[in-house]
Design a protein around this ligand. Structure first.
Ligand code: IPE
Ligand code: IPE
Ligand code: MG
Length: 289
């Protein structure tokens, strides 16, 4: 609710001490006027923060570990599939905010290789259905076409059910020509597996005499990762309070700024995104990078 909200709460609590104004104070606190004042001031504050971060250097590549769908659902006594559904809707919103900020690269972690073995079949089925509709919605969204957003999925995609693979193929075909923005969804993805795949390719190239041992350097590995066509992330955001990387872009985040926030992914707000970027910009300025 922010500082103003807290101040209003404090005033309301103070007013409630006086019996004579307890009634009117309660009425005011619950009224839609109070709600509207608070949400308006929140919006003004968020827009101010957006203006401020837009004046500084923007990260070019933001990547997000979208965590906490089930905890969001449980906290509201909803089923976990509702949490995942809200998570999908949130991603569409976040894409809009990223486009508005003109950040050219957005990469999100939607399913890990560990999730595929560690979650129950019916939860995985719910997730697969959401990816199918998610990709369908993305490629029929006029904004994707007018902004020129290329969409791609990376990971061990062959492990995904055919319906998901088909939805990915359609989205990639429909947006393949665009070059303004690149939106990457990591699915059936593991950072270690990605490095293993790159090393296998290198070993094969070496065996065929295409690359000498001396020529194997960090670039040779980077160029064989799934993300060969995008720069390393400047900023990694993880929602929902866990402060770990969970096998996400291990090689690529060597120098990325990491930002952890307690909010569950479905509750992630425009203000939360701007705060993450603001803290990234502050750290950059402090270290003069
Ligand atoms: C993230 O939310 C979505 C996926 C990993 C697919 P979770 O499902 O991990 O939700 P929590 O972290 O258990 O709350
Ligand atoms: C990481 O979240 C993977 C995604 C967000 C897709 P998890 O919830 O699977 O990670 P752990 O199990 O908490 O490390
Ligand atoms: Mg989780």
């Amino acid at each position: 609710m922010g500082r103003i909200g807290q101040a209003l709460d404090g005033t309301a609590r103070w007013l409630l001490k006086w019996r004579i104004i307890r009634g009117p104070a309660r009425y005011l606190a619950n009224s839609r006027y109070a709600y509207s004042i608070i949400s308006r001031t929140d919006r003004v504050r968020t827009n101010r923060l957006r203006d401020r971060i837009k004046r500084s250097e923007m990260p070019q590549h933001v990547s997000i570990i979208m965590d906490g769908n089930r905890r969001f659902a449980w906290s509201q006594e909803l089923g976990r599939e509702v949490g995942h559904q809200h998570g999908k809707e949130k991603l569409k919103e976040v894409m809009d905010w990223i486009l508005d900020l003109k950040i050219p690269y957005l990469t999100v972690y939607a399913l890990s290789t560990e999730n595929m073995t560690g979650r129950e079949d019916d939860e995985l089925d719910t997730l697969y259905d959401l990816y199918v509709t998610g990709f369908q919605e993305i490629c029929s969204d006029p904004k994707i076409h007018s902004s020129g957003v290329k969409v791609q999925a990376v990971g061990r995609l062959e492990l995904l059910p055919e319906r998901v693979q088909n939805a990915i193929k359609v989205a990639e075909e429909k947006t393949g020509e665009y070059t303004n923005f690149l939106f990457t969804v990591c699915l059936a993805y593991g950072g270690r597996e990605e490095i293993v795949d790159a090393v296998r390719e290198l070993a094969d190239d070496h065996a065929q005499g295409k690359i000498s041992l001396d020529a194997i350097d960090t670039d040779a590995i980077s160029n064989r990762l799934y993300t060969a066509d995008l720069p390393d992330p400047d900023l990694v955001i993880r929602t929902s309070g866990e402060e770990r990387i969970s096998n996400f872009l291990l090689w690529q985040i060597a120098y990325s700024e990491l930002h952890f926030t307690d909010v569950h992914w479905p509750s992630f707000s425009r203000n939360d995104l701007y705060e993450a970027i603001d803290s990234y910009q502050k750290r950059k300025r402090r270290y003069g990078l």
